[in-house]
Design a protein around this ligand. Structure first.
Ligand code: CTP
Length: 399
């Protein structure tokens, strides 16, 4: 896979953790792909890898201290923080992320993070309890809402003997996340099916049952997947939004139309079901229902098919099925239950009491088999980019 890091400069901050040795492998991969690495080692990082091995692999001087006058003479910390195309923190420890989230500048690494005007990617690695601790999750939500990309750690056995999320992601997944910043197409050759918008269920020729969905989040996700190179089939309910570049759009009105269009779009590698499908449909009257001054018209409702569940249990089930959950209370328990019930791999959960419909921002939680991550409040485009990058990293980690 070509990583698109050719000619790019990456400022790599290596934090202190047992996973620091994997940063050496990352430096080697970046070098092989034609990237240039400016390495920075924290004081604790230097307990796990030596400055010598890092500088030998990077082919560049390692910087460790804010107070190293020689470094300041050669390149000040402000200049250093801007000399790269991308800042990568790997491994990002709980403490480093806490200090960055708090805006501290008490060593070279945190000072660079505060002073940089470049995009930042954090690759966390820590003990599972530390990862799941509300303080860490709060800090990650803060970093994400500050525009920093924080990767999800891998699940598995840890150096400390415990098991769960917290392992450093594999190097190919980190490379994919880095390459995504440089316009790489990590999803080239993959087909993604996306649903978006509401459905309208006609009651008679002039009336329908609908909902407030604007389609903005689904359209942004279709656009973000296309930007990463996926072939995208976007099955859209009735919305007035322009079709994103490089996306094939199939317009539908009702849930049953949407179900048929989704089945026809298979096979796909990825399904992201964002649509707010109307749960019920009415029997459609052939003529406009008239007020006759007597009884109100009966509205006999029938439950619509669950399109996500159908895809999640389909013979041609995409390798990665992502659903959404719109909730007004008990967000995470409902999302966890929906993930299992509908056969989805991930659920993007949002609290719709927070004014999501029609708005440009969205506060989501990603629920996977490993638990729930709070992504903080972000504009819908940022949620879309983060989700598309996460999908790309998922596939990169598998190959
Ligand atoms: N969904 C679907 N088909 C339906 C209903 C929902 O494909 N008939 C999908 C949505 O696109 C979303 C997920 O299922 O990805 C969850 O939708 P949501 O409205 O949150 O949940 P419901 O299944 O409608 O459950 P409830 O109304 O009980 O919350």
């Amino acid at each position: 896979m070509a990583w698109s890091v050719q000619g790019k400069t990456i400022l790599l901050i290596v934090g202190g953790g047992i996973a620091a040795f994997k940063a050496l492998e990352l430096v080697r991969e970046l070098g092989r792909a034609g990237g240039r690495v400016l390495p920075v080692l924290t004081e604790n990082g230097a307990r796990f890898v030596t400055p010598l091995s890092l500088s030998a692999l990077a082919g560049a001087q390692v910087r460790t201290s804010l107070w190293d006058l020689e470094d300041e003479a050669a390149m000040g910390h402000i200049q250093l923080s801007r000399a790269a195309d991308l800042v990568v923190v790997c491994p990002a420890t709980a403490s480093l992320m806490a200090r960055a989230a708090g805006g501290q500048a008490d060593d070279l690494a945190t000072t660079l993070l505060l002073a940089t005007d470049k995009p930042v990617l954090m690759v966390p690695a820590m003990n599972v309890r530390m990862w799941l601790h509300p303080a860490t999750q709060r800090n990650i939500a803060t970093l994400r809402s500050d525009g920093i990309t924080v990767m999800q750690p891998d699940d598995g056995a840890m150096a400390c003997g415990e098991f769960g999320p917290g392992r450093l992601p594999e190097v190919p997944a980190i490379m994919a996340a880095i390459a995504a910043f440089f316009g790489a197409k990590p999803l080239a050759g993959r087909h993604a099916l996306v649903t978006a918008g509401p459905t309208h269920e006609p009651i008679d020729p002039v009336r329908f049952i609908g909902n407030h969905s604007s389609g903005k989040q689904g359209f942004a996700i279709a656009a973000a997947l296309a930007q990463l190179g996926a072939r995208v089939s976007l099955v859209a309910g009735p919305v007035h939004l322009p079709t994103p570049a490089g996306v094939t759009r199939i317009d539908v009105t009702t849930a049953r139309d949407m179900q048929v269009a989704c089945a026809a779009a298979l096979p796909a590698d990825i399904a992201v079901m964002v649509a707010a499908v109307a749960d019920w449909r009415a029997e459609t009257a052939p003529h406009k229902l008239k007020k006759d001054g007597k009884a109100l018209p009966p509205l006999a409702l029938t439950e619509n098919p669950d399109i996500l569940a159908g895809i999640g249990h389909h013979a041609l089930r995409p390798a990665l099925v992502v659903g959404f959950a719109a909730e007004t209370h008990d967000l995470i328990p409902h999302a966890v239950a929906k993930r299992l019930k509908k056969g989805a791999d991930w659920i993007v959960a949002n609290d719709v009491t927070e004014g999501v419909f029609g708005s440009d921002s969205n506060h989501v939680h990603l629920v996977t088999a490993s638990g729930a991550e709070d992504w903080g409040a972000q504009v819908k485009q940022a949620v879309a980019t983060a989700l598309a990058q996460r999908i790309a990293a998922h596939f990169a980690g598998q190959s």
